[in-house]
Design a protein around this ligand. Sequence first.
Ligand SMILES: Cc1cc2nc3c(=O)[nH]c(=O)nc-3n(C[C@H](O)[C@H](O)[C@H](O)COP(=O)(O)O)c2cc1C
Length: 368
Amino acid sequence: MNAGHDTAPLPVRLEDFAGPARRALPPEVWDFIAGGSGEELTLAANRAALDRIRLVPRVLSGSGAPDTTAELPGGRAALPVAVAPMAYQRLLHPEGELATARAAAAAGVPFTLSTLSSVPVEEVTALGGVTWFQLYCQRDPGLTAELVRRAEDAGCAAVMVTVDVPSMGRRLRDLRNGFALPAGVAAAHLDPATTRRAAERRSGTCAVAEHTAESFARTLGWDDLARLREQTELPLIVKGILDPGDAATATAVGADAVVVSNHGGRQLDGAVASADMLPAVREAVPPSCRLLLDSGIRGGTDVLKALALGADGVLLGRPVLWGLASDGAEGVSRVLGLLAAELRSALELSGCAAPADAPWLTTLGAGR
Ligand SMILES: Cc1cc2nc3c(=O)[nH]c(=O)nc-3n(C[C@H](O)[C@H](O)[C@H](O)COP(=O)(O)O)c2cc1C
């Protein structure tokens, strides 16, 4: 049916959703989601690191069709995958985060809602899936505490605090485009006056960077993490760690899980690929600390590589946005369905009956 020249080819890998997404979006919105910081060295390094890793499959394991379920913070998921927190999804589709969350719920994977969501948390949790709330600590600690309480009251299953954004990385595409949120897209959890002021002030700069600079806490320390730990009984996930010592400190302070991440190459350009740090981070934290990896995950074999290197799961980032931009909730469902099929195949072909078997695989090319 799709073999003709005038029909779009059937997507057979996650990257196949990028073209339709790019065609559906204004160029500056495409740049906002696709871009990294600086020369985009870290953005490229994320893929290079995952591509370099090689797996040694096992045979005659007698395992049959694999079970893909995995234990993640807040409960068991259909896949060792959660949707990464990504801001302002109404930029991509009128339904925004509601569409993404609906597709994640249907796929049985947690959806992480950003502090910079364009839809309020209560509307997302009302859909009934598993929602994690991603927290950007605010300058005013009272506002941070309020956000945490709001996420709890709305029924979120975990709090994921992002610690790699003391300020926003220099995203050159956004600076060149003078990127600003269009009318009708706003940060649903922040004071609208902040966003409006930043949009008015913008000149030769990026309005999103300006309003985050105005509202985010810039001088966070480990004490703040300890305070946050005391503020909630929900599982606490710390996102944006690359250094094994930082990961060990985060768990000592009470983090239940750590996301090894360089923010998809959007923060420090020249930062190491997150996959390269995963083995050292795994060694540095106790077995009870769950590890998630993101930055560059583009398919089922990437998920298997992350599991083999000691992760309990991954966060899926930009491919979800490609699905959302190309076809709303249906597009995200197709992305997640394709990833599930790829992971089942990768597990079976490597002789793993389940994600929990992956750490026994030998890997080459991983690490520093
Ligand atoms: C458009 C966009 C918006 C993002 N917004 C947030 C955010 O609000 N909070 C956050 O912690 N991370 C945010 N991230 C980072 C993602 O959570 C994740 O770390 C990153 O996308 C992983 O890289 P990948 O997309 O290349 O796989 C964002 C990423 C993108 C692409």
